[in-house]
Design a protein around this ligand. Structure first.
Ligand SMILES: [Zn+2]
Ligand SMILES: [Zn+2]
Length: 355
């Protein structure tokens, strides 16, 4: 968690507006309440950048080599700051709006820091926007149900004595074992999972051996398991371990499985999405409401859903020309999206407090 300078800057600007920001215990990330009363709704922005070179040729390009806001979290932070400052100008609010500036989303660690600090306690509903370069600026994409996937990291280490490729029957064929796991585990895991959960096991790395005539003594597979359903996510690790162990046993190989559970899916709540639809239409007109698709990417906003009904919408940031995807060093936004984001989230928070 490295967002110290950003945290200090936001805290200073909030304090100058007469607000009382609370910096999270580790010193990065903060939250602030605007308004008061028995009801609290939250909006959440993430703050962190990615370890990429910023390839944009603009005055606001990154000044830190190898650190780039390629996921638009600087826009999310700016929008949330705008919401807090705008609402602080209101004479009276219908309740309390908690604005959360969350660190370390890309590391999938920050949301749990925010929750551990108690910032979700008493929150009735929580909302967020994420930049979408596929959507035209001025439009906001909404979706009922899952909008991002659960994502787990998997690593399978296979080992045996090694030996001559002329005599695989006298040893354990590690390359053959890895290949069988690589090909068969995705299909077998999918067969043990309700197809409506849309489980996806994909390998990102496979490494073993060097010589053409020697069976190596070890090899490794790395990949991800993604799924759109809580129950299937809860079951995936057990099923994966069972399938991989069985394939390795049939090959006579030793196997070590590291299964690192990541984040749950973001499941948008029906009522929260409907509320956002109305708020977007109020601010921007009904034509601004777009449909968006589920992403199989992970998003640690999901953890907030364990504490309050939630909705994440996609903010159109494409202003024309070539589309540069998020997580590319060339990613950029049409800055008109910033004001639009402020209006949408501020309106959503106020509507949530009055319905
Ligand atoms: Zn990202
Ligand atoms: Zn992001």
């Amino acid at each position: 968690m490295n967002e110290h300078v950003t945290t200090d800057l936001i805290a200073k600007m909030l304090a100058e507006a007469g607000l009382k920001p609370r910096i999270l215990p580790r010193g990065t990330g903060l939250a602030v309440d605007v308004g008061s009363g028995p009801r609290t709704v939250a909006i959440r922005a993430d703050m962190d950048a990615l370890p990429l070179m910023d390839l944009k040729d603009v005055p606001y390009r990154s000044t830190v080599a190898g650190v780039c806001h390629a996921c638009g979290h600087d826009a999310h932070t700016t929008i949330a700051l705008g919401v807090a400052l705008a609402l602080s100008q209101a004479r009276e609010l219908p309740g309390r709006v908690r604005v959360i500036f969350q660190p370390a989303e890309e590391k999938m660690a920050g949301a749990r820091e925010v929750i551990a600090a108690g910032e979700l306690s008493g929150v009735e509903r929580v909302f967020a926007l994420h930049c979408d370069p596929r959507l035209q600026v001025g439009r906001v994409g909404i979706k009922l149900g899952p909008i991002t996937a659960a994502c787990d990291l998997i690593e399978v280490k296979v080992s045996g004595p090694g030996g001559h490729t002329a005599r695989p029957h006298l040893t354990v064929d590690v390359v053959d074992t890895l290949s069988r796991i690589a090909v068969d585990a995705p299909g077998l895991l999918a067969r043990r999972t309700d197809v409506r959960a849309r489980l996806l096991l994909t390998w990102g790395a496979i490494q073993a051996g060097d010589a053409p005539n020697a069976i190596p003594s070890e090899g490794v597979l790395k990949g991800t398991v993604r799924v759109l359903d809580h129950a299937a996510w809860a079951d995936a690790e057990k099923q994966f371990r069972s399938i991989v162990s069985d394939i390795a046993a049939a090959c006579g190989a030793d196997v070590e499985i590291n299964y690192e559970r990541g984040v749950p899916p973001v499941i948008n709540d029906d009522a929260c999405v409907e509320l956002m639809r109305g708020s977007i239409a109020t601010e921007l007109g009904a034509d601004a409401v777009a449909r968006t698709n589920t992403s199989m990417g992970g998003e640690d906003f999901a953890w907030y859903g364990e504490h309050a009904p939630m909705a994440m919408a996609r903010l159109g940031v494409h202003g024309g020309g070539t589309m540069h995807d998020i997580h590319q060093g060339s990613f950029d936004i049409d800055e008109r999206a910033l004001g639009i984001g402020v209006r949408v989230l501020a309106r959503t928070a106020l509507d949530a407090l009055t319905t």
